[in-house]
Design a protein. Sequence first.
Lengths: 465, 436
Amino acid sequence: MAETLTTRLLILGGGPGGYVAAIRAGQLGIETVLVEGDRLGGTCLIRGCIPSKALIHVASKFEGMAEAAHGAADGISLKSAPSLDLAKTVAWKEGVVDKLNGGVAALLKRAKTRVIAGWGTFSDAKTCHVETKDGPVTIKAETVILAAGSVATALPHIPFGGDVISSTEALSLDRLPKRLAVIGAGYIGLELGSAFRKFGCEVTVVEALDRILPLYDAPLTKPVKAWLEKAGVTLHLSSKAVAWADGELVVDQGGEILRIPADKLLVTVGRRPNTEGWGLETMGLDMAGPFVKVNERMQTAMSGVYAIGDLVGEPMLEHKAAAQAHVAVEVIAGQNRSFDPATIAAVCFTEPEIVSAGLLPKEAEAAGHDPVSAVFPFQANGRALSMEAGDNGGFVRVVARKSDHRVVGLQAVGAHVSELSGEFAMSIEMGARLEDLAGTIHVHPTLTEAVHEAALRALGHAIHI
Amino acid sequence: MGRFVFKLPDLGEGTAEAEIVAWHVKVGDVVAEDAPLVDMLTDKATVEMTSPVAGKLVEVNGAAGDMAAVGSAIAVFEVEGAGNAAAAPAAAAPPPPAAHAPVPDVSETAEPAAPPPPPPTMAPPAPKAPAREPPAARAFPARAEGEKPLASPAVRRRAEDLGIKLGHVAGTGPAGRITHEDLDGFIASGGRAAAPGSSGLARRTAVEEVKVIGMRRAIARQMQESKRRIPHFAYVEEIDMTELEALRVHLNATKRADQPKLTLLPFLMRALVRVLPDYPQINARFDDEAGVVHRHAGVHVGIATQTANGLIVPVVRHAESLDVWAAAAEVARVAEIARSGKGSKEELSGSTITITSLGPLGGVVTTPVINHPEVAIIGPNKIVDRPVVRDGQIAVRKMMNLSSSFDHRVVDGYDAAEFIQRVKAMLEHPATLFMD
């Protein structure tokens, strides 16, 4: 039975951009319909951040037990090596995902959002047709928020399918591949590659650039590179994946051809905005490269149509999409809002973790800040040592302007440093100076003491170094 | 150490109370004898009270705008020696005539005051702290061109809610951070603290509360009284000033060095004093409470004068006894007195008719407000070259409108019109100003 709905606000996509927008709209009393073709939660919850972190957690646990089987330095020993039932691991991970998916559904229900399950296709900027299991539904909306997210980029000469998988499939394998080849040494490739290495797979990473994690500078990536080497991950930099044939990845290494046999080939060469298959071309929007063009109020070229998240540009991060969702909905509600953050911190769950907020020293220099930067190593941090995380080369780094000591960047690499991201982002958003960080009493014994010490060091009087 | 209570002395003219305009000192100040203490406003004159003693000011009673009764303690000093000299307050000013009933018996000031001063009769006892300069007015580290303003997320959100672009707001916090106080200052300044070089337009949302006190209060009261009591009617006539202007220019060109420069005013005054004897109901003061019109033989011309404190109307007395040179000199003198705020009661009251001239700002028409209890006010407008028809030809003449308002209770429209026509005839034929 065909149904036609009219609504004040239609949101396309139930990921962290779309569902946050729907909840905020509910709070503001805006009648909202949300269309999602898959499960609520989007890439992040269903097949991205959360499942990968679950897998990484299990992998680290497994690695610790495997070490204990050889008699670890901390005194734990196991009589035999641990074994892994990946299908069970994946099932447990699915449980986590289900819990979050259900949580989103409950939140949307409480916000009185009408969720329509099915693939939405626009026929014009304000009209969306959805094929639901109960029949077609047509939605006519006064305002629209596009939150269609992004999809994994495929290599044209090595398309997905069979043993060539994207991160989505890698998170749902039913058994471990003996040999895993990874194309791309960005954060997704290295996070997953490292996790599979911890599970005991033979992992080879192929990267076209001459370095890993191109978003970060060499000091930050050095401990990660050191771990990859120590853990036995084979890394081929400045190498181009040419073809996949007969269970072998063909790699061009500056003219020299290399063949890497593998059971699975994980392609992580980036993500692209999801702009196809839902009628974007009928809406009359302007584009900015591959992205939908928006202004700082998240408005597209079409009046009443907003776009947020991965669809509108880098960085493609959950927390950016959610922040833009707030802006878009509040603008729709008539408030004066703009998306203008001082920083969008980013985290990389490699071994060890990397976190960065604001500017790297080189970026600060390029921006004309005349920066001073100071580093405090976790080697000198009691908490890091007490959890066997002091000798991986990790550190905290603060970047500030020489002129007024304003903190313009904060980075760290080390175990669990992702949890420092809040203090980093807060310091930059609040416009903290080195003296503010130095004057804040940081709890002992925690990793955050390294932030305090880095600021003291930048001021010329660190205590523990 | 003793205490010295300063009581408001009699300020003459039968005033029972006066308004505090401004304190020159604050509690805690060490004040020298005869140093300026406080400005008090009576009727229309501002009187500067000086300190009768040298000492430390420990208490003041009443803030700017408050009324203080004659004889009330307005300041208490801590002085060397025995302090509160019994006769001191009385000695500071002569006792008022006994006939002034509302004035408290000053003999009480002669009594030795007990060590604790009398409780203040007015609130608040302390002078208001000087208004704090808005933070935005302070120097701030300038942002480089195009640099993003530094502000916490809460400040940014508030600015967005207020529709203020932070790029226009000066930051006084560490590293030039814009604080909530900076935003307050920006709003209070009406958005004036814009960063140099910025051209964006911001909303001005500030509302400043200005207490109507002192001179302004006196003006407000006077205007209210006038408009409330007097049924005004306005009359405007067009006057050809060509010949009078030619005469005026000639006289100014040939005048002696010791003679004042002639404006239109002395000629207009001359015309008034020539015509008014035939219209005694216009040169008058109407005591409407008593129901009596006082028709004056002498013409005392009020000269509406803009001063830093607002409108004041000093008076040229007996204009009928002054020739144009003397009238010009007297207008200049009383206007200067009004501007300096040093006018005597004699110089600031008693007018029988008022002239209000805005000179080059004169405009086309005004509807002046009668200076109660007078019954007429004359407002010459701007003189401009205008084409007019003369003997069937278009001629360019120096034309001026003469606006006027009358109290319709005691001046009939017919009489007023005739009166203005007579003034017009005089001004258009300047020789008649000087002929008997």
